[in-house]
Design a protein around this ligand. Structure first.
Ligand SMILES: C[S@@+](CC[C@H](N)C(=O)[O-])C[C@H]1O[C@@H](n2cnc3c(N)ncnc32)[C@H](O)[C@@H]1O
Length: 347
């Protein structure tokens, strides 16, 4: 089977930010077509291990084919990264030297005409990452009130004409296909001139809502921080300002010893920094990369390193163990503790 191409974004910068080393253990939370994963596996050889996660079964199929040569070093999980901690426990894969999130969609998903992610092809308004999800974009479009729809398009799409679009859509429903929706948007706001297609922001908003992208990202990042071993690296590539804001704020907050409001004279929060920022300034693709791969143009990479000590990690691991008993079937304490000790001797 031939695998369609997705060009990994900021590839060299990602490998450097993760500080990939031979024998290291890494998680790619957004496996996609496996481009970043292959580079991590190459650089972590010999002895490196990778847990690759993707919510989309089609992405998983493509990655399995692409990464066949690495089958002895990779575990592939068709899961949503919102369950990151439980996934790591289920696969007995912690602590780790690095965790990567390369957010958004792959070219495979955008180019697949049947998925409804692109406003350039006619398709059912679906936009689910996984067929196991119940709510599609059509469900949201056809069942939300005009106010709810306007709010959603404004909040998740940062669309200035959200009320006009919602009004038009509600008048014309039911809307079941992508091009029907594009027509409604064009009728509401006109065919704008300039770089952005008038449907861009509404499609982004719907995709975020269907897949709970922002809530899942925030929840997963918090879990990821706790799964890193000593000096473990967290690297996130985001593609729009809403995602980047979550990443930036969380990394900045977790890299401070005190997060009290500025007008509080002495610290009352007791917060302790868990991360050190690797790049204070966000990393973006070079003009050459953007020219070669226009889809990289909005990418922003942020990276941080865990400040956790071995002692602290063991204490947190006890907490992981506790939640494991609640969340994952078949997990056994002695196996995990043995694995943790082996893993620590590697760190
Ligand atoms: C930009 S692509 C990753 C491409 C990959 N880095 C590569 O080099 O081929 C993002 C991938 O993340 C997956 N994804 C997005 N949100 C997810 C989530 N909450 N859980 C698991 N996978 C997710 C998408 O299905 C998609 O395949």
């Amino acid at each position: 089977m031939s695998v369609p191409t997705h060009i990994p974004v900021l590839l060299q910068e990602t490998i450097e930010a993760l500080a990939v080393q031979p024998g290291g253990r890494y998680i790619d939370c957004t496996l996609g077509a496996g481009g970043h994963a292959a580079a991590i596996l190459d650089r972590s050889s010999p002895g490196g291990q990778l847990l690759g996660i993707d919510a989309d079964p089609e992405a998983i199929r493509a990655a399995r084919t692409r990464l066949e040569a690495y089958s002895s070093s990779i575990l592939i999980a068709n899961e949503n990264f919102v369950d990151l901690e439980a996934i790591c426990i289920k696969y007995d894969f912690l602590p780790v030297h690095g965790i990567l999130f390369d957010l958004g969609l792959s070219s495979l998903q955008l180019n697949n005409r049947g998925r409804g992610f692109s406003f350039q092809h006619d398709a059912p308004l679906d936009m689910r990452l996984s067929p196991s999800q119940e709510v599609t974009a059509a469900d949201i479009i056809n069942t939300s009130s005009e106010t709810e729809l306007a709010h959603l398009i404004k909040t998740y799409g940062e669309e200035g004409s959200s009320y006009k679009i919602a009004h038009r859509v509600v008048q014309e429903r039911p809307i079941t296909t992508t091009l029907q929706l594009v027509r409604m948007i064009e009728q509401a706001v006109g065919r704008r001139r300039g770089r952005l297609h008038p449907a861009t922001r509404t499609f982004q908003a719907l995709r975020i809502a269907v897949n709970h992208e922002l809530e899942h990202l925030e929840a997963a990042l918090k879990q990821a921080i706790n799964l890193l071993g000593c000096e473990g690296r967290l690297v996130v590539i985001s593609y729009h300002s809403l995602e980047d804001r979550i990443v930036k704020q969380l990394m900045q907050q977790e890299s401070k010893d005190c997060i009290c409001p500025p007008d509080v004279p002495t610290c009352v929060c007791g917060h302790k920094a868990g991360l050190r920022l690797i790049n204070k300034k966000v990393i973006t693709p070079s003009p050459t990369e953007v020219q070669l791969n226009p889809r990289s143009r909005s990418a922003k990479l942020r990276a941080a390193e865990s400040l956790i000590t071995q002692d602290e990690y063991f204490r947190t691991a006890e907490e992981h163990r506790f939640s494991a008993q609640l969340n994952a079937e078949g997990w056994r304490r002695p196996a995990l503790l043995k694995k943790l000790r082996v893993a620590f001797s590697m760190l």
